[in-house]
Design a binder for this molecule. Sequence first.
Ligand SMILES: Cc1cc2nc3c(=O)[nH]c(=O)nc-3n(C[C@H](O)[C@H](O)[C@H](O)COP(=O)(O)OP(=O)(O)OC[C@H]3O[C@@H](n4cnc5c(N)ncnc54)[C@H](O)[C@@H]3O)c2cc1C
Length: 488
Amino acid sequence: MRNPMSTAREPHLPTTAEYDVVVIGAGPTGENVADRVVKAGLSAVVVEGERVGGECSYFACIPSKALLRPAAALAEARAVAGAREAATGSLDVPAVLARRDAFVSDLRDDGQAKWLKSAGIDLVRGWGRLVGERRVEVRADSGTTVLTARHAVVLCTGSSAVLPSVPGLAGIGAWTSREATTAGAAPSRLVVLGGGVVGCEMAAAWSALGSQVTMLVRGKGLLPSWEPFAAARVADGLRGEGIEIRTGVEVERVARENSTGMVTAHLTDGSTLESEEFLVATGRSPRTAGLGLETVGLAPGGRLPVDDSCRVTEVAAGWLYAAGDINQRSPLTHMGKYQARACAAAIAARAAGRRANPTPWAAWAATADHHAVPQVVFTRPEAAVVGLTEEQARRAGLPVRAVEYPIGDVAGASLLVDGYRGHAKLVVDEQRSVVVGCTLVGPGVGELIHAATVAIVGEVPLERLWHAVPAFPAMSEIWLRLLEQYGL
Ligand SMILES: Cc1cc2nc3c(=O)[nH]c(=O)nc-3n(C[C@H](O)[C@H](O)[C@H](O)COP(=O)(O)OP(=O)(O)OC[C@H]3O[C@@H](n4cnc5c(N)ncnc54)[C@H](O)[C@@H]3O)c2cc1C
């Protein structure tokens, strides 16, 4: 896909301006902070150096799911006798890529910039950095401006891909998630370094679009922080689609051959691997470099410790906040937006003279970060998690009991997909009789996980959850089966 540095030029900037709240970064988190403080009656400006909408809209959640969905839809049709007979063709790759391009608005942010304006939020295009207490300098082609915040500066600059120190990596034009989500054609052979969520999803997407994919994973398997059964089923699914997964292996060096244009990776097991493209999906680090943290007494480029209202704890005067990927609490779009809502509520309350202590579950506390972070991996099968795995709960010293159930034995699942294969696990704190974790794997489970999130956040006693009757024949009957397994 072409990669326009979108964005219409802004008119000449004033040299100074004052707002109640200055937000750096117009990703999902920054947009939501600004929206909520404006709705609370404060004025806000957002500073954006690239595209309004951030990584999520153009290079992450949206394009990755747009690439994955057509193959999933086809597989769903083929999994049901009667429909299967009608779904005989193959994916129309150009149409898939065109649909992806439409979802990312051809990498143009005019629509989101228009939304900011309609929400009463000012936008200053350029790169922002702190230049002292409550002051942000923005450098843009059209000039330099200094924005002063009456109440708060909120850093929402997100994260960027980590490139491991593999000799040769800098010289091969390696893909990061940006290239993997925007590529205009499927490479003949693709190596994916890393077995986390991004690695799994991008391997699945490009394999379905025609690439021969090999995943290289340093550890024992994929998705290391997930329940082992979920990670194993995702791996089985990927293998079933023809993806090779090599575990326990690292890359010693890489080079792109001048003659063939192919990348050769030399692996620690002595073998070599050739590919047209080489995707690095080995994690992300917070974008704190160049933010002028040193001008307010913070270590440059480091991690920013925040409290539950996302206020940076090391800035005593309490005017600096950091929300979303930058604080690395729960680096997901929905959690960034949740932090944004909490953070904006805290700023508005404090601006009105209230202390707004971030006590658990207060409107200005992102408490769910500690207990209920839902995540879905959009592979085939899907996997979804919220809260703790059994091992994490035990390590935390909780007196837990786990129950499991094959989702395929639920009528709704077997009606959805012939021969449905899926599995569910519920982790229960026996002392409090509440759910603390849930993991599901199988077609369509991404839409089931919210029920578990509600149960965890609501700390709904199991005896009361028993009265939440799932509709028949829907997949949510899995809830009844899990509670029965528990002994209710
Ligand atoms: C391939 C991939 C797929 C993903 N899929 C999902 C998913 O399905 N669901 C999910 O919940 N999460 C997903 N994520 C994670 C999600 O993208 C991030 O959690 C989310 O984008 C974080 O939002 P943010 O607003 O904190 O940061 P970002 O979206 O990174 O936005 C930060 C913004 O700040 C701007 N900026 C940075 N520095 C400055 C500066 N100094 N001055 C001005 N502007 C600046 C950037 O240009 C950017 O626009 C995915 C990530 C990847 C890589």
